[in-house]
Design a protein around this ligand. Structure first.
Ligand code: FPP
Ligand code: MG
Length: 253
C-alpha cells in the first residue's frame, strides 16, 4: 500500500463480479471527472476541504481497482483553469490536498519505495504555483521510466486551452519551416496534445453532473465511450466502477 494506491478492499461478491466483467473487453485508458466533493462535504456537515480529501481517498481506491481490472492508464481532472476563481480559502485547502500526495510519493521514492506508477501533469503548467510545480516536476522526472500504470493528473487544465496551446506550437514550427501546411492532419496534430505518448482514450467517466466540463475535448474521439454516473465522486463505489466498465462494453464499436 502506497500513498496513491489503496489496499484491496473489495468484498468476495465484488471480486466475483469483477471476474465476470473482466471476461469482456476492458478499456486501457480511462478518464475520470471527479466531481461532487463539496456536495459530499455538505452532506456530511463537514468543511469543503474534507470533501476534496475524500476525493483523493477515492482516487486511491480507483487506482487499485483499475490496476486489478487490467486498465493501464487513467487521466483525472484534479483542477481546471476555472477552479482558480474559487473562494481563496477553498483554493488554499484544495491546493494542499493536491500537493500533499505529490510530496508524499516523492518521499517514498527517495526511501526506495516504488509504486511503479508513471505520473504526468497535463494542463497549463505556466499557471501552476512555483512551489507546487517544483514538486510535480520532480515526481514526473523520478517516475518517467515506470511502466506498471500511468496516472495523468489534469491540473490548471482546460481542453480548449490544450488545443489552443497545441495550435500555437504548431504555428511556431510552421513559421520555423519545421513542418509545412500539407503535413497538417489529425494524426500529426495529436502529437501537440499533452498526454505523452498520445494514447487513445477508451472511456470517459463523468461523476456528479452530465457535462464534459472542457475535459479532454480532443481525446474524446469517435470511439471513446462517455459514461455519466450520477453519484458524487467520493461516493463512487466499486459497483459504480463495474457499471462504468460495463457501459463501455455495451457501447464500443
Ligand atoms: C470537483 O468537485 C472537484 C474538484 C474541483 C477537485 C478534485 C480534486 C481531488 C479529488 C483531489 C485529487 C488529488 C490529487 C493529488 C490528484 P466540486 O468541488 O466541484 O464539488 P461540487 O460539484 O459538489 O461543488
Ligand atoms: Mg462541481
Amino acid at each position: 500500500m502506497t500513498t496513491w494506491v489503496s489496499a484491496d478492499n473489495r468484498s468476495v461478491a465484488q471480486k466475483l463480479a469483477a471476474g465476470v466483467v473482466g471476461i469482456g473487453h476492458v478499456p486501457k485508458h480511462v478518464a475520470f471527472v471527479m466531481d461532487g466533493n463539496r456536495r459530499f462535504a455538505r452532506g456530511q456537515k463537514k468543511e469543503v476541504k474534507h470533501g476534496h480529501k475524500s476525493g483523493f481517498l477515492k482516487l486511491r481506491e480507483v487506482i487499485r481497482w483499475c490496476m486489478d481490472m487490467g486498465i493501464s492508464e487513467i487521466t483525472v481532472y484534479a483542477f481546471s483553469i476555472y477552479n482558480f476563481e474559487r473562494d481563496p480559502e477553498e483554493l488554499k485547502g484544495l491546493l494542499e490536498v493536491i500537493k500533499g500526495p505529490f510530496a508524499a510519493v516523492l518521499k517514498e521514492r527517495q526511501k526506495g519505495i516504488n509504486d511503479g506508477i508513471r505520473y504526468q501533469i497535463v494542463g497549463d503548467l505556466s499557471l501552476i504555483p512555483p512551489d507546487m510545480m517544483d514538486v510535480m516536476q520532480k515526481v514526473m522526472d523520478i517516475s518517467k521510466n515506470d511502466v506498471k500504470f500511468n496516472v495523468n493528473v489534469a491540473f490548471a487544465y482546460s481542453g480548449r486551452r490544450e488545443i489552443t496551446n497545441g495550435l500555437k506550437r504548431l504555428v511556431g514550427e510552421m513559421r520555423d519551416k519545421k513542418i509545412g501546411p500539407n503535413d497538417v492532419n489529425e494524426f500529426l496534430f495529436q502529437n501537440y496534445m499533452q498526454i505523452y505518448p498520445p494514447t487513445k482514450l477508451d472511456l470517459f467517466v463523468r461523476t456528479g453532473e452530465s457535462r464534459l466540463s472542457d475535459f479532454l475535448l480532443w481525446e474524446t474521439d469517435d470511439k471513446a465511450v462517455i459514461s455519466f454516473c450520477e453519484v458524487l465522486w467520493p461516493d463512487y463505489s466499486y459497483w459504480n466502477f463495474l457499471g462504468s466498465v460495463f457501459d463501455y462494453q455495451g457501447n464500443i464499436i
